[in-house]
Write a protein that binds this ligand. Structure first.
Ligand SMILES: NC(=O)c1ccc[n+]([C@@H]2O[C@H](COP(=O)([O-])OP(=O)(O)OC[C@H]3O[C@@H](n4cnc5c(N)ncnc54)[C@H](OP(=O)(O)O)[C@@H]3O)[C@@H](O)[C@H]2O)c1
Length: 271
């Protein structure tokens, strides 16, 4: 797809992977609509990008607002070419320590919102358009301590893999980017809740995730998936296919993860 002057809608775009993606797509010449809940930070991010970047404050978990959101983009730019479903929510740790509503909220933000937003946006997407979901390696292999989050991301991945056929009828492609741990702000609020297993895999940067999103946008396949890092994706698949091997590897991965987590906390000054 020639990206110049095309329109991208990126959710969760005021920090981390979403912001890096918005910056990269904008650098490619796209007009970019940045979405997040906190208006001030979002507007600052859009202003820093300059012409062709617009901020729309919206909580994607408020499903009744998603039609309004798409209408705003269409009124401004006439249509949508790329939708990046990136906003995500993670209440970490044992699911039994969270109130039921918090668990339901993860499904709403991580799974229902991308499905509903894609459905609404599809009516305004031009042929050749692309939907990219930022899922997770936790959606390829159930991660203890992230049970519900894993479930939401697995659901997101599988929905996309099956929805490709429906979207193909309108010449819209769909892709998943599945990162392992990413050096964004996602961990900072609850670093102690992040499992050692999560930290056992090498960290990617938000910029590497953004490059993966762009690679999906530029590709011609649908559905497609990119795992980050590639080797961690392969390990997750092997672990998924072989529970015995997974159990055997787990203690060594936990030890490596504990060391990596301690180093990350020192580097980031997190107590
Ligand atoms: N970081 C990781 O290790 C990692 C690994 C695998 C997958 N992921 C996935 O990557 C995605 C982005 O994470 P990140 O690491 O970039 O996190 P981040 O740095 O914390 O950024 C999250 C962004 O999403 C926005 N956001 C959060 N909830 C929202 C909502 N309900 N509606 C609209 N915007 C919302 C935040 O702004 P406001 O708070 O102002 O709304 C912010 O702009 C998530 O889906 C996450 O599950 C992350």
């Amino acid at each position: 797809m020639e990206l110049k002057d095309r329109v991208a809608l990126v959710t969760g775009a005021s920090s981390g992977i979403g912001l890096a993606t918005a910056k990269l797509l904008h650098r490619e010449g796209m007009r970019v609509v940045l979405v997040a809940r906190t208006a001030a930070k979002l507007e600052e991010a859009a202003a820093a990008l300059g012409e062709g970047a617009v901020a729309i404050a919206c909580d994607v978990g408020e499903l009744s607002k998603l039609t309004w959101l798409v209408d705003q983009v269409v009124a401004r730019f006439g249509g949508i070419d790329v939708l990046v479903n990136n906003a995500g929510l993670h209440h970490r740790g044992d699911m039994l320590r969270h109130p039921p509503q918090a668990l339901a909220d993860m499904f709403t933000v991580n799974l229902t919102a991308p499905v509903v937003l894609t459905r609404i946006a599809a009516d305004h997407m031009r042929a050749g358009g692309c939907v990219v979901n930022v899922a997770s390696l936790a959606g390829k292999l159930g991660v203890p301590g992230s049970a519900v989050y894993s479930g939401t991301k697995a659901g997101l991945r599988f929905w996309a893999l099956a929805a490709a056929e429906d979207l193909a009828r309108r010449q819209i492609r769909i892709a998943n980017v599945n990162p392992g741990p990413v050096d964004s702000g996602f961990f900072d609020a609850d670093i102690h809740g992040v499992s050692n297993l999560t930290f056992s895999q090498p960290m990617s940067s938000p910029e590497q995730c953004a490059e993966a999103v762009l690679a999906c946008v530029r590709d011609t396949r649908s559905p497609m998936e990119i795992d980050l890092p590639f080797a961690s994706g392969k390990l997750a698949t092997i672990g998924y296919l072989s529970p015995r091997l997974r159990a055997w590897l787990r203690p060594a991965l936990e030890r490596r993860g504990a060391k990596n987590k301690a180093a990350f906390m020192r580097r980031r000054g997190l107590g």
